[in-house]
Design a binder for this molecule. Structure first.
Ligand SMILES: [Zn+2]
Ligand SMILES: [Zn+2]
Length: 246
């Protein structure tokens, strides 16, 4: 019994330390059967995968696939939400072509329009310790809109840097088959959250969010799942290979 794949890893194409090939070699050395390369991206932020680099990114993934037919390598992206209408910073082509789309909030990602900076992003940043209920409702609504509009595979590190109402989000995730991430780098979900999400019928995926090859295959976030008294069979990459929506 083991985890068979790591579906959230970064490379030098965003702000990870290793190359695609180094992440793949790390995954192989840990006995994984699958890996996804999911750099931050793609529109505009300096440390993100740049739209002009997408071709090179896919070529690097393709080259590793050619060198290592013994491991399945997915192309992916970790997208940011940039407005209260649920806009993600990915292009249509990426949504269509990439295998794995993770969606996660990152405060460093500043929206490009003043209206969204002022009305959506700023209230989350300046009220870091004292959120208004209005902000939480707006964030939750934006999450639900994004989940409805895009082919999202995984909700990454929920609750990190953002106040949301997990109840309707969990409901929609269960309904649409969007996986809840157990992120070994940033776990903000509580035992109660996990139990509530499991009760709603959500499925989970455990990943490293590795920003260096050494961390590929870190599945320590699964310990919390165990502490919540939940069965690991709810984690799709535990002893199993997940199927991502296309
Ligand atoms: Zn990152
Ligand atoms: Zn990440």
């Amino acid at each position: 019994m083991s985890f068979l794949g790591d579906y959230h890893t970064h490379t030098v194409f965003s702000h990870g330390k290793g190359t695609v090939e180094e992440n793949v070699l790390a995954a192989l050395s840990k006995g994984l059967r699958e890996i996804a390369i999911t750099d931050h991206g793609v529109c505009g932020y300096p440390e993100n995968l740049h739209p002009d680099e997408v071709k090179d990114y896919l070529a690097a993934i393709e080259e590793s696939r050619r060198l290592h037919p013994d491991i399945k390598i997915y192309s992916g992206v970790e997208a940011n939400i940039t407005s209260e209408s649920g806009d993600l910073d990915i292009t249509e082509a990426i949504e269509k072509d990439f295998d794995v789309i993770i969606f996660g909030w990152h405060s460093v990602r500043i929206p490009s329009k003043w209206k969204d900076i002022h009305g959506f992003w700023l209230p989350n940043v300046v009220k870091a310790t004292k959120y208004s209920n209005k902000t939480m409702v707006r964030n939750t609504d934006a999450y639900l809109k994004a989940m409805d509009r895009y082919r999202i595979s995984i909700l990454g590190h929920l609750r990190r840097q953002v106040h949301i109402d997990l109840d309707p989000i969990g409901e929609m995730a269960a309904e649409k088959g969007i996986l809840i991430e157990l992120n070994s780098k940033n776990i903000e979900l509580t035992i109660e959250d996990l139990q509530m999400l499991a009760l709603k019928g959500c499925k989970f995926i455990c990943s490293s969010d590795a920003h260096s090859p050494e961390r590929v295959g870190d599945f320590s976030a699964a310990d919390l799942f165990e502490m919540a008294g939940l069965d690991r069979s709810l984690i799709v990459n535990w002893n199993n290979i997940p199927v991502f929506k296309k």
